[in-house]
Ligand binder design. Structure first.
Ligand SMILES: Nc1ncnc2c1ncn2[C@@H]1O[C@H](COP(=O)(O)OP(=O)(O)OP(=O)(O)O)[C@@H](O)[C@H]1O
Ligand SMILES: [Mg+2]
Length: 427
């Protein structure tokens, strides 16, 4: 066994011992990729016959893999003789190999080909889906095998953050590293960093310090949430037992292409709008959502659906609103489609109401994250706005926007009076 003496940044030292999970998260240029690239080459050199796989969530070409970085490390460490470079793989000393794979190209069956591998390194792991992580973990099962991950955090609920930071399996070694921990931090990046700090302070902490994304340029509700925080309107907010609960729903698809299904539970108390609870799930059946409503004591809540609430559930062929009525809920007739520009109307309505909104801190965090992220899609070349970006955040925003539209039409919503369903034949 040959031992290489490679200088390692202090922050990464905990990762030099064996561990089932080794992880580095942090901002740009912290040396995450270089560290794991080096550790991999070093391990392949020291332990003959090591089988290793470098993983990305999506890898359409090898240019999107860590191959080039690893080849550079082999050259700069001056150990090229033991390694053989091929177009799609690297042979390592003692019949070992390093290969490069995209998780999206794998099925539950094809992933089994990786079972004998001892090291799996996922770079850019913020993109790793929950499915991919669940497939990968039991696949990497060789004696003493290790899973490595490096990433720039985006959302607390991303699969990798949830697994390695929120739940954190015992024995996982997780390091937070930033630019200042990188002794080789290059001058060009230092200049970029300073530019961001002065011109784009909003995104600086996400890009350079490894914080989750808070606000984005073109974020519609970032200011509204900052204001709420400043004025102490995010805290402990409880329900008034004498007032009706109103649950605003946004419906994603169902089945393989399912979007998120979101529910905001609110109460209108005088001029105050209380946001009591938030629910979001992806790819679940209606019974699952109904269960959540019941388990939280919202069986008497009045439900509001958007226009697609009349659309039929493509599994049962029934309308969502009928399903929910059959489940014993009171359902307001779905809000009429506002036509083109509906999304902008919801945004404006919600912004107007911003100062009246009180948020229950503990139960609305995920929803506030999404609302804060919801932003405009831009055509960068022409520098024009293209309307709201449809992504993971839009269902939360649509759901709360629906609340705002209903609130602003008190006649229709029958402000805190019993509701009569004369409109049931709504088309
Ligand atoms: N061990 C090292 N040896 C030589 N240079 C290094 C080393 N580690 C980092 N660097 C330098 O620091 C730069 C940033 O490192 P690296 O690309 O690993 O950071 P990163 O955290 O993966 O960044 P990003 O978030 O942008 O992917 C590299 O381009 C390289 O110039
Ligand atoms: Mg990197």
């Amino acid at each position: 066994m040959s031992i290489l003496k490679i200088p390692t940044a202090k922050a990464f030292e905990p990762l030099l011992q064996p561990g089932r999970y080794k992880a580095v998260f942090g901002g740009r240029g912290s040396g995450k990729s270089h560290f794991f690239g080096e550790l991999l080459v070093e391990t392949c050199q020291a332990e003959r016959g090591t089988l290793a796989v470098c993983i990305r969530e999506a890898q359409r070409t090898l240019a999107q893999s860590s191959k080039r970085l690893i080849e550079g490390k082999i050259a700069s460490l001056g150990i090229a003789s033991g390694f053989k470079l091929f177009a799609d793989k690297i042979e390592t000393p003692g019949d070992g190999i390093i290969i490069f794979r995209g998780m999206q190209d794998h099925t539950a069956d094809s992933i089994k080909s990786l079972e004998g591998f001892r090291i799996a390194w996922v770079d850019e792991a913020q993109s790793l889906s929950a499915r991919s992580l669940a497939l990968l973990r039991p696949t990497i099962r060789a004696e003493g095998s290790e899973l490595w991950a490096s990433w720039n955090p985006r959302r607390k609920t991303d699969a990798i953050d949830d697994f390695l930071r929120a739940r954190k399996p015992p024995g996982a070694i997780v390091v937070h590293a930033n630019w200042r921990d990188n002794p080789w931090f290059p001058a060009v990046l230092e200049e970029e960093r300073r530019t961001d700090l002065s011109l784009y302070p909003d995104r600086y902490d996400h890009i350079w310090e490894g914080d989750y994304v808070r606000a984005f340029e073109g974020a519609y509700f970032a200011e509204m949430l900052t204001q709420a925080r400043k004025e102490g309107r995010i805290g402990k907010v409880s329900a008034d037992p004498l007032l009706p609960l109103r649950a605003f729903i946004d419906i994603g698809g169902s089945g393989a292409t399912a979007d998120a299904f979101t529910i905001w539970v609110t109460q209108w108390a005088g001029a105050e709008i209380r946001i009591l609870d938030y629910y979001e799930s992806v790819g679940q059946v209606l019974a699952f959502h109904v269960n959540w409503l019941r388990s939280r004591g919202y069986q008497n809540a009045i439900l509001y659906l958007p226009h697609d609430g009349v659309a039929t559930n493509n599994v049962t062929g029934k309308r969502y609103e009928d399903h929910l009525r059959e489940a014993g809920f009171t359902v307001e007739p779905p809000v009429k489609n506002q036509g083109r520009g509906a999304a902008m109307m919801r945004i404006e309505a919600l912004r107007r109401l911003g100062p009246q909104i009180w948020w229950n801190e503990a139960t609305t965090e995920a929803g506030r994250d999404a609302i804060g992220f919801y932003h405009e899609r831009r055509d960068e070349t022409r520098n024009v706005g293209l309307g709201p970006e449809h992504d993971w955040s839009s269902h939360a925003a649509d759901g709360l926007g629906l609340m705002a539209i209903c609130y602003e039409q008190p006649g229709r919503a029958a402000f805190n009076r019993p509701i009569r369903y004369t409109e049931q034949g709504w088309v």
